[in-house]
Design a protein around this ligand. Sequence first.
Ligand code: MRU
Length: 346
Amino acid sequence: MQYDSIRAIQWQGDRLLLLDQRKLPWEVTYLECRTAEQVADAIRDMVVRGAPAIGITAAYGVVLAAQQHYHESPANWQEAMRPDLDVLAASRPTAVNLFWALARMQQVMASNPAEPLVTLLKEAKSIHDEDIAANRRMGELGAALIEAKAGVLTHCNTGSLATGGFGTALGVIRQAWSEHRLNAVYADETRPWLQGARLTAWELVQDGIPVDLIVEGAAAALLRSGKVQWVIVGSDRIAANGDVANKIGTYSLAVNARHHGVKFMVVAPSTTVDMATPDGTAIPIETRNATEVLSLAGQPVAAKGAGAWNPVFDVTPAELIDAIVTERGVVLQPTREKMQAMMTQM
Ligand code: MRU
């Protein structure tokens, strides 16, 4: 499809190539991974990021671990892989897609397939393909909610870079743009990693979709201006009651959107929904190093001696959300009962 040209995760022969997102938009380079440890490092260090992309990458990490241990110790390769699985699981805590993908790969291992390497690679590729298919479906469902000539604001990066391809919130924006529904696309720069400025803007420019960046502090004024009808974001974990964890700043946007009568849409595949987490208070929120706040692109920007608080996700309560869009359907004004019904339907 037009407006969808980027693929950040690529399996080639017996190795994994990851578009190095730390270097975008200045450099387009791929990092090669041959071991699960390299994959875990890449996830932790933000070479690859975004909940669905983290899950897919970890699944390929399991394939790399299996390749290594099946050759080194064919008799007990599954046992030998345990530390690799632990290292992958410890790479980032909030995106539940990571744990979902590892569990799915372990289920395949537990079935003792006759040709484990072929079967595990096939599974990782299915996880990857299913994610792209889910994104396309969510794109259609989410775009259908947007009235003609709307303006939208998005946060962080939820596009091809953050998923198998196409994107979640950015997939809805791609689809809505292709259907000529949008007047304007705004993106938050998204401090401290600048996923909006560096990644979302890069993706949209690559695909010929006009975008205007705003600093986070401009969001309330933009929402008040009448230029935006929907705030559209992704998620790292959606609790059973519809509370949503996403990039820090999302909660602030949801409060602001409600205050100004702007609608708020969360777009995420069902692999991001965690029915075992009862509500947002139980979602583990990653805190990263203070230096990420105290510097910008490696350059110190804060007064020497200042500290920083750097939680990288926040939780938006379900009552501030107008629509949760998954590939299984749309939940309007989410509640525990509606989430349960959506997750049990096929
Ligand atoms: O810290 P990041 O860049 O991994 O955070 C990513 C986000 O918060 C995204 O909004 C979320 O993972 C959804 S990606 C489709």
